[in-house]
Design a protein around this ligand. Structure first.
Ligand SMILES: [Zn+2]
Length: 418
């Protein structure tokens, strides 16, 4: 394995080199240069940035992009998504995830938290793309007659097959879909398995008002309180959405050290009718991260687009442009408020995950660098993506991109045809 050295990059106004070894950054600073035998990457005109972590997605849904757009959540799931998902073959998930990885790498994402069928194919695709992933093993017990479902035996079997893959590049999570599609009994079982094996639990929580009403009607408590009762709420819990969480729930989530991942574009597109209560969540001390949700409900995987929506939506909803200023939005995007999601900042001893962005792109040419990234740039400013000391994109070129696009086109057409 060769050692990568990046030379001539800009970091906060200085020219620096970055030397990587064993997947980590071993040297970083103005005096760092290549040593004989190193793979050398000339980063003149490029600025060094941390890689992004997508805290919640369903990557393979690139296959279902555009299916049932502009429908309400439950109509969308029942009429457009679940029937097609029932026809998914494992190889579909592999190629759909590969396409998502191309898009993520091209917009600066180095790691993603995924929740999707055929979890082993997600793992295989992320490995082949050179990305880090937390693979969520999905659990759904909905009996809507669509044929979708994954019970405990399936989960145990998938866990056993994925276990040998666990390491620096891959973590396994349990991913019960939501409190309205998984029974309390199974959620308790999830909590036990997760605790016994030290696994994270990903779950959609309080995405819609109807979900909250139904939960209170069925169980007498709000969704976060139900998760607390069942033992799911803890430091390893990653809660997607949280749009309708109330103050008691936010306090409880903060006390248990769980993470909430907000997905503003998906919430807007599906018209969830309220905005994630970000200022109150932070005031309670809740860990907050950012995700795109799946590419069928966004439909982009570009976190530099997502962070702009996040900041603008919070300002708009609170009638206050001082809410979530650019520096804070950047810190949120780069994982500062959600340590459990695994983002790192380029430094000696950290994972060698970083980006090189084009300073000469018009959007980054003048003005405040952070505000430019949050408000003006898209993922297209990213020139180079390095993950674990390996260059997975250089000059915006990703290996196998054309083959991947061809495969996904063919498979998406088959799924749409039924
Ligand atoms: Zn989701």
């Amino acid at each position: 394995v060769s050692t990568l050295t990046v030379t001539g990059a800009t970091l906060e106004g200085r020219t620096v080199g970055v030397r990587c070894g064993g997947g980590k950054i071993v040297a970083l600073g103005p005096g760092v240069s290549a040593e004989p035998g190193d793979e050398v990457l000339d980063a003149a005109g490029l600025t060094l940035l941390p890689g992004f972590v997508n805290g919640h997605t369903h990557a393979a849904m690139t296959l279902l992009r555009g299916c049932g757009d502009d429908l309400a959540l439950m109509d969308w799931l029942r009429t457009a998504i679940w029937p097609r998902e029932a026809r998914l073959e494992p190889e579909d998930v592999y190629w759909g995830t590969r396409l998502a990885c191309v898009e993520m790498v091209r917009s600066g994402t180095v790691a993603f938290w995924d929740m999707y069928w055929h979890a082993e194919e997600v793992a295989r695709a992320a490995r082949d793309a050179g990305m880090r992933v937390t693979v969520g093993i999905p659990i759904i017990e909905d009996d809507s007659g669509t044929g979708v479902g994954a019970g405990r035996d399936q989960v145990e079997a998938t866990l056993a097959r994925l276990e040998p893959w666990r390491g620096e590049h891959l973590e396994i999570a349990l991913a019960p879909h939501a409190v309205y599609t998984v029974t309390p009994d199974t959620l308790s079982w999830v909590a036990e398995v997760a605790a016994a094996r030290g696994l994270p639990v990903q779950i959609h929580v309080s995405e819609t008002e109807g979900e909250v009403h139904d939960c209170v009607a069925a169980h007498g408590v709000t969704p976060a309180a139900l998760l607390e009762r069942l033992g799911v709420l803890g430091e390893r819990a990653v809660l997607a959405h949280g749009v309708w969480l109330d103050d008691d729930e936010l306090a409880l989530i903060a006390a248990r050290g769980a993470t909430v991942v907000t997905n503003p574009v998906s919430n807007l597109k599906l018209a969830t009718g309220r905005v994630f209560p970000y200022p109150r969540a932070r005031a309670h001390g809740v860990a907050v991260g950012l995700g795109t949700d799946g590419p069928a409900s966004n439909n982009s995987l570009d976190l530099l687009q997502e962070v702009k929506f996040l900041a603008l939506l919070q300002k708009h909803a609170h009638l206050d442009p001082t809410v979530l200023p650019a520096t804070e939005a950047w810190e949120l995007l780069t994982g500062r408020y959600a340590p459990r999601l695994g983002a790192t900042y380029p430094a000696v001893g950290e994972r060698a995950d970083f980006l090189l962005a084009r300073v000469d792109e018009p959007e980054l040419a003048a003005g405040d660098p952070v505000a430019d990234l949050v408000y003006a740039a898209t993922g297209a400013v990213v020139d180079t993506t390095v993950i674990g000391g390996r260059v997975v994109m250089r000059a915006r070129a990703v290996a196998d991109q054309d083959d991947i696009i061809g495969e996904v086109r063919r498979r998406a057409e088959r799924l749409a045809a039924g």
